[in-house]
Design a protein around this ligand. Structure first.
Ligand code: CIZ
Length: 332
């Protein structure tokens, strides 16, 4: 793998403290606090490396229910920590930084969704609401199904054929799912700030400069990126796909740039080139294929939250309703 390409996009993480000392401290604290670390594929590679479980949000939500430890430290974003707490209420769920949010979750506030659902019903629509997991628990509690990029097709097949589908909040994922399942959908106009910014020009240039390369895109990308992609799938599907090639290939990767870490670990024979983003304000190529929310997770914050036992995701009354829909959609 050409690491110079990765270094060009990855902001250099500056540690006040020696990362190796932090890792040692985290190891000790994990034992003394009976904790396990869960890390999403979009957090920095050093956090993925110290984690006990890594994966996409579907796998991590399932892992959270199986963890033998009394405490979970969730390195990811807020809705993921919430889902872990909802599915494992007896566990203490800590997050390195509670401010780690999600542009998709923010685009769909619960009060606006409830008003929109009421309006659709008043207009005679008979529908079920399918929510991408990138939503708050309050939104989940208003929905019939929760999907991840890993189980979306299977769940959409469970929506009765005589019902319309309101898909929230990611319009690009919804449009893609509608095209592969053949189910028309009413789409909420949200999008992911990372997947929205890929530069189609830079992608086409990279494809031309790397003859034989394979474009791999996340279904949260807009249609113009998906249209020129050779493979479309969530992060777990991307891992399976690259592992299916024994001979060296070059992959142009259109998702959060930290995803290259688990891909390169699993299938080091390949070259991975992150597709750059483009700034809407200036039209310039940028390193915005990194999620600023995921980047809030650092080794120091993992150590601090283990040491201090906070910040913690605490049980909220509306979690009970979200629990039912999450269990039905992700565990059954
Ligand atoms: O499902 C997830 O965890 C997300 C947000 C993306 C993916 O494909 O893993």
């Amino acid at each position: 793998m050409d690491l110079t390409i990765l270094n060009a996009v990855a902001p250099v993480e500056t540690y006040d403290e020696d990362p190796l000392d932090l890792m040692d401290e985290i190891d000790e604290l994990k034992k003394s606090k009976d904790a396990a670390i869960l890390a999403h594929f979009y957090v920095d590679g050093d956090l993925q490396d110290i984690a006990d479980y890594t994966g996409d949000s579907l796998k991590l939500a399932r892992d959270a229910t199986q963890v033998p430890n009394s405490t979970i430290v969730f390195c990811g974003v807020h809705f993921m920590g919430e889902s872990a707490k909802i599915l494992s209420p007896s566990k203490k769920v800590l997050m390195p930084d509670l401010q780690a949010g999600c542009s998709l979750a923010e685009s769909c506030p619960a009060d606006k969704l409830a008003a929109y659902q009421a309006d659709l019903r008043a207009k005679g629509h008979d529908f079920q609401t399918v929510a991408y997991i990138n939503t708050t628990a309050a939104v989940k509690s208003l929905c019939d199904w929760i999907v991840t990029s890993g189980n979306a097709r299977e769940i959409i097949d469970r929506v009765p054929a005589d019902k319309e589908i309101l898909f929230v909040p990611d319009q690009h994922l919804g449009r893609y799912l509608s095209s592969v399942t053949g189910r028309p959908m009413i789409l909420w106009p949200g999008s992911c700030m990372v997947h929205e910014v890929f530069s189609i020009q830079d992608l086409l240039r990279a494809k031309r400069n790397n003859p034989g390369s394979i474009v791999m895109a996340h279904p949260e990308c807009p249609a113009n990126v998906l249209d020129v992609s050779d493979f479309i799938g969530g992060t777990e599907k991307m891992r399976k796909y690259v592992a299916s090639f024994a001979e060296k290939k070059t992959f142009l990767v259109a998702t959060e740039a930290n995803m290259i870490h688990p891909l390169a670990k699993l299938a080091p024979q390949h070259e991975y080139i992150p597709v750059p983003g483009i700034m809407a304000s200036t039209g310039e190529t940028c390193a915005c294929n990194r999620c600023p929310h995921m980047a809030r997770n650092t080794l120091q914050k993992v150590r601090d939250c283990l040491r201090d036992g906070r910040p913690e995701i605490t049980w909220q009354p509306y979690f009970a309703q979200a629990q039912e829909v999450l269990q039905r959609s992700l565990l059954q």
